[in-house]
Design a protein around this ligand. Structure first.
Ligand SMILES: Cc1cc2nc3c(=O)[nH]c(=O)nc-3n(C[C@H](O)[C@H](O)[C@H](O)COP(=O)(O)OP(=O)(O)OC[C@H]3O[C@@H](n4cnc5c(N)ncnc54)[C@H](O)[C@@H]3O)c2cc1C
Length: 327
């Protein structure tokens, strides 16, 4: 089965391609079988720069579509209609999006309107016997499953850190074109009235970071040790619900069943017991390191490396040693 693949390009307000998009394009390149990789850039006031187009081409995009919609493309109904129109125009058999709340909502709407099969929170995707087969963990990370899309069109929302991104040596330039979309009145029933930018922490985004250091009740509200270790590792800072409920850190840092689901290459839990609701959001991490004073803490059941000790002693020592090794 060879069919063009469409990739939704998430970008920052500065016009930079977000890191997980590199993974989508790497995967799209393999799965398209040479039938073409179409990158969709929803113009939300930010245009794809020549540098961004060159980056997309190097990752395998054969076409870059400037999707110009007559409504706000950050609204899921609007984005779904814009992508439906582009799927039609490109004849793509697969749409790849980064698994974010915004994109998953658009994917669900799109699946209903197009009859596509949709898999969200996938951590892998392959072609098996002419079908797209995605892998994903379910039931709080306790089961690994594979889901085959049986509809002619597949939509897959891929979790960050699922694919090793790579560039294509000597990739040709991508064809850049405009795809204008007029959305229906139905899609205009919601209007975005206000947007407040979250103050930048300077650290990576929790949902897509490749290293996460999470703090729990054991920190007793002193997140400075967690932040110190995160900064020396170039990691995002996460937390348990206890820590966010106590107001020690914002709710957007909460990892778990009722928070963010993460799958970084490295997760470090600091004063985190490893309760089932927390594990549900981090169990799919590549390597799990736990620092806890209680040798019987449940997190040690899933940890690859564990340190039994007082976090206020262990973490500063670890940070100092990593800093020394880094020179
Ligand atoms: C419906 C529902 C949804 C939930 N959703 C979530 C969710 O999304 N995310 C989430 O995280 N929780 C969630 N919870 C809460 C969850 O059940 C746990 O209560 C919570 O994860 C525990 O957080 P904790 O590990 O910080 O605290 P605790 O379980 O109290 O663990 C603290 C750990 O710190 C260790 N410790 C203490 N002092 C030190 C020290 N000085 N040095 C080293 N270690 C130390 C202790 O040994 C202990 O293991 C949910 C609960 C419910 C009921």
């Amino acid at each position: 089965m060879t069919a063009p693949v469409l990739v939704l390009v998430d970008h920052t307000e500065d016009g930079a391609v977000r890191a997980p998009v590199r993974e989508l394009l790497t995967l799209a390149r393999e799965l398209s079988g040479g039938a073409g990789v179409h990158a969709a850039w929803a113009v939300d006031g930010v245009e794809p720069s020549p540098e961004a187009v060159a980056e997309l081409a190097a990752l395998g995009a054969t076409h870059v579509h400037r999707v110009v919609v007559d409504a706000d493309p950050h609204l899921s109904a609007v984005l779904a209609e814009a992508l439906a129109s582009l799927l039609d125009a490109t004849g793509a058999g697969l749409l790849l999006v980064v698994s974010s709340f915004e994109n998953k909502e658009a994917a669900a709407r799109l699946a209903i309107s197009t009859g596509a099969g949709v898999v969200t929170d996938a951590d892998g995707l392959a072609q098996v016997d002419g079908r797209y087969v995605a892998s994903k963990t379910v039931f709080a990370g306790t089961w690994n499953t594979t889901c085959a899309v049986t509809a002619p069109l597949a939509i897959v929302a891929l979790k960050p850190n699922s694919v090793q991104p790579s560039v294509l040596e000597g990739a040709p330039a991508a064809q850049v074109g405009e795809h204008a979309v007029t959305v229906s009145d139905k899609a205009r029933r919601v209007a975005l009235v206000e947007r407040t930018e979250r103050p930048a922490s300077g650290r990576p985004d929790l949902g897509s970071a490749s290293i996460v250091v999470a703090g729990g009740r054991g920190t007793e509200g002193d997140f400075s040790v967690v932040e110190e270790l995160a900064d020396v590792l170039g990691a995002a800072v996460g937390a348990t619900r206890v820590a966010t409920d106590e107001g020690w850190i914002g709710h957007d840092a909460q990892i778990g069943q009722t928070g963010v689901t993460i799958a970084p290459r490295l997760y470090v839990g600091v004063g985190v017991s490893g309760a089932v609701h927390h594990r549900g959001g981090m169990q799919a991490s590549g390597t799990i390191v736990a620092i806890n004073s209680d040798p019987d803490a449940p997190i040690f059941e899933i940890a690859d490396f564990g340190v039994v000790g007082d976090l206020f002693t262990v973490v500063p020592q670890a940070a100092a040693e990593i800093r020394r090794l880094k020179g």
